[in-house]
Design a protein around this ligand. Structure first.
Ligand code: PLP
Length: 287
């Protein structure tokens, strides 16, 4: 396995960063998780747009142009001879001193790791996941702004710990007003009487690339899609609930906090959206 580290390709054992890297010391950096399907980097432009927007927002100067970054992704995949898998692209503030001041970290570090991916068994896409709501809240302001895909994932880790304790694979996070925001690493959708709902991102959700792809598919397939705030009550009484994310794709939920959702398995709209999603993944992106 070859890892891209600041312009060089190194082995997994050689791929080390400095203990003075502000990504390590302060979570000062950004990242993307991207899928490769049949040799195609799915929604490459959208992921890189989000990365460069996150970088601009936190005044992080990425040392590669957009095109150079895309070339680096393609080259890393080629070296690893991978046709299907997952790309983790990390840009950290880079090595500095022990103070917070980013001016002491003159050169950002770029890391690209590609790997095989297996997250949920195929059975889960048919039968759905059990999930719970958790007490951690999605905060909106400043650097924890969910629009910035920053390396500060402690909140999401707390959600993961709570979902581990509950024995479930993903959990539902609310915002501080009690509206449903998203999962630990997925966006959330519900379906009620044929209408598809997802929280607007200002509620406290990442602008997920998969979320956007599903919104687009809904429009194309003629499903009514509403970006509206909703509460846990709406989730409990929904006909269908599903999560979307780069790793999870479109995964149905069969139970939330002990309440069975719909028929207790993937509903018809969720199943249809998953099929449509899987039909575009090998074409919509960069070869
Ligand atoms: N929400 C959070 C907090 C995430 O970390 C992710 C994963 O990237 C998502 C949502 C889903 O976003 P995407 O579809 O771009 O992977």
């Amino acid at each position: 396995q070859w890892i891209y580290l600041d312009g060089s390709f190194v082995t997994k054992e050689e791929a080390k960063v400095s203990v003075y890297d502000h990504g390590f010391l302060y979570g000062d950096g950004i990242f993307e998780g991207i899928r490769i399907y049949g040799g195609n980097i799915f929604k490459c432009k959208e992921h890189l747009d989000r990365l460069y927007d996150s970088a601009k927002s936190i005044m992080l100067n990425i040392p590669l142009s957009f095109q150079e970054m895309q070339d680096a992704l393609v080259e890393t995949i080629r070296r690893n001879e991978l046709r299907d898998g997952y790309i983790r692209l990390v840009v950290s503030r880079g090595p500095g001193d022990l103070g917070l001041d980013p001016r002491r970290s003159p050169k950002a570090s770029v890391i690209i790791i590609v790997e095989q991916l297996s997250i949920y068994p195929e059975e889960a896409y048919i039968n759905g996941l059990k999930t719970v709501s958790v007490s951690s809240r999605r905060n909106i302001p400043d650097a924890v702004n969910p629009k910035i895909k920053s390396l500060n994932y402690l909140n999401n880790i707390l959600v993961k710990i709570q979902s581990n304790l509950a024995g479930v694979g993903e959990a539902i996070m609310l915002n501080s007003q009690g509206y449903v925001a998203e999962g630990s690493s997925d966006n959330i959708f519900i379906v009620k009487r044929g209408v598809v709902f997802t929280p607007p991102c200002y509620i406290g959700a990442l602008e997920g690339i998969t979320r956007a792809a599903i919104i687009e598919i809904c429009e194309r397939k003629g499903y009514t899609l509403k970006e509206e705030p909703f509460t846990l009550h709406d989730v409990y009484v929904a006909d269908e609930v599903f999560f979307t994310g780069t790793a999870a794709e479109v995964i149905a939920v069969r139970e939330v906090d002990g309440r069975t959702i719909g028929e207790g398995k993937a509903g018809p709209i969720t199943t249809n959206l998953l099929q449509e999603f899987r039909s575009i993944v090998t074409v919509d992106g960069v070869k």
